[in-house]
Design a protein around this ligand. Structure first.
Ligand SMILES: NC(=O)C1=CN([C@@H]2O[C@H](COP(=O)(O)OP(=O)(O)OC[C@H]3O[C@@H](n4cnc5c(N)ncnc54)[C@H](OP(=O)(O)O)[C@@H]3O)[C@@H](O)[C@H]2O)C=CC1
Ligand SMILES: O=C(O)C(=O)[C@@H](O)[C@H](O)C(=O)CO
Length: 277
């Protein structure tokens, strides 16, 4: 079985650097998708209350027969629950829906700077962490200015910041801030939902190393130190995205892919996104 490298987070918890994401997988397809991923060897699943499929993720994890400690499960606090008491209740609901004893990682999904105060939300996250029902807490879509406030006004440093990142949005400022403050970067939409796969810089490298454009892009993330969890409901792609550990990109390949950056988002801008489902 392929051994996936782990990243040690700032509180000592280990996270597999490669996982499986379940955004846009319908609940009725999630159990089978996660079953295939776990069968393939993935041991890290990224879900969220917002995705509407926590129940099915938990089911697949339990049905896999794997010891709970061998599967890293992340979920996220949905946007409507940023107030202190609402956040505590939302975490309890996520655990109940997943039907798991504990979560490995719980994230504030979006900062929503125009809605409430994410510092209050983070204080609830600290309470959740102290309860022991979650091994680590982090954030998602936080800009350096948002993180600066958390570091200044709260006690627990987020273990990760999960942000959109791919060759067209390399996120240098967010990654540098994270590196300097012990916050690991998780890259969401790591292949830009397929949009980078026909880029000629990536296809030329893929041809040379005899791997697919998706494998080259995911390998670029891993060599940069990003934590990734590509999504696919296609078993052949789930397997392809897991075969990343038998080749390496050169420094020149790495620089060429990083050079594709256009600061181009496919998702919302965290500074202005204040959507509540
Ligand atoms: N925190 C946040 O705000 C966000 C977090 N996320 C997380 O990140 C995860 C990944 O991001 P996501 O937006 O899903 O996008 P990805 O970059 O993982 O791309 C997924 C898309 O690419 C296709 N695909 C997957 N593998 C391949 C391959 N080898 N070759 C060609 N096409 C492929 C999939 O198709 P198919 O399924 O049909 O095979 C799907 O359409 C999410 O599932 C979620 O867990 C995502 C968005 C926001
Ligand atoms: O997938 C996620 O985790 C998201 O947060 C996105 O769905 C995001 O909220 C979005 O794309 C809304 O249009």
């Amino acid at each position: 079985m392929t051994s996936v490298p782990t990243v040690t987070l700032n509180n000592g918890v280990s996270i597999p650097q490669l996982g499986f994401g379940v955004f846009q997988i319908e609940p009725e397809n999630t159990r089978e998708a996660v079953r295939v991923a776990l069968e393939t060897g993935y041991r890290h699943i990224d879900t969220a209350e917002m995705y509407g499929n926590e129940k099915e993720v938990g089911q697949a994890v339990r049905e896999s027969g794997l010891p709970r400690a061998e599967v890293f499960v992340t979920s996220k606090l949905n946007n409507g629950y940023h107030a202190y008491g609402d956040a505590l209740a939302a975490f309890a609901r996520s655990l109940e829906d997943l039907d798991l004893e504990y979560l490995d990682l719980f994230l504030v999904h979006w900062p929503l700077p125009g809605v409430g105060d994410f510092v209050e939300t983070w204080k609830a996250m600290e309470e959740i962490y102290r309860s022991g029902r979650c091994k680590a807490i982090g954030v998602s879509n936080f800009q350096p200015a948002h993180l600066e406030r958390l570091l200044r006004e709260t006690d627990v440093v987020p273990v990760v910041n999960q942000v959109e990142a791919h060759p067209y949005l390399t996120q240098e400022a967010v990654r540098t801030f994270g590196r300097e403050n012990g916050i690991a970067t998780e890259a969401w939409s790591p292949i830009a939902q397929g949009k980078v796969l026909d880029d000629t810089v990536i296809t030329a490298i893929a041809d040379r190393v005899k791997r697919s454009p998706a494998q080259v892009t995911l390998r670029w993330h891993l060599q940069r130190g990003d934590i990734v969890f590509p999504k696919s409901v296609t078993p052949a792609r789930v397997a392809e995205n897991f075969r990343l550990f038998d080749f390496e990109l050169t420094d020149e390949d790495m620089a060429a892919i990083t050079g594709l950056n256009r600061d181009e988002r496919i998702g919302p801008d965290p500074d202005t996104f204040n959507w509540i489902p």
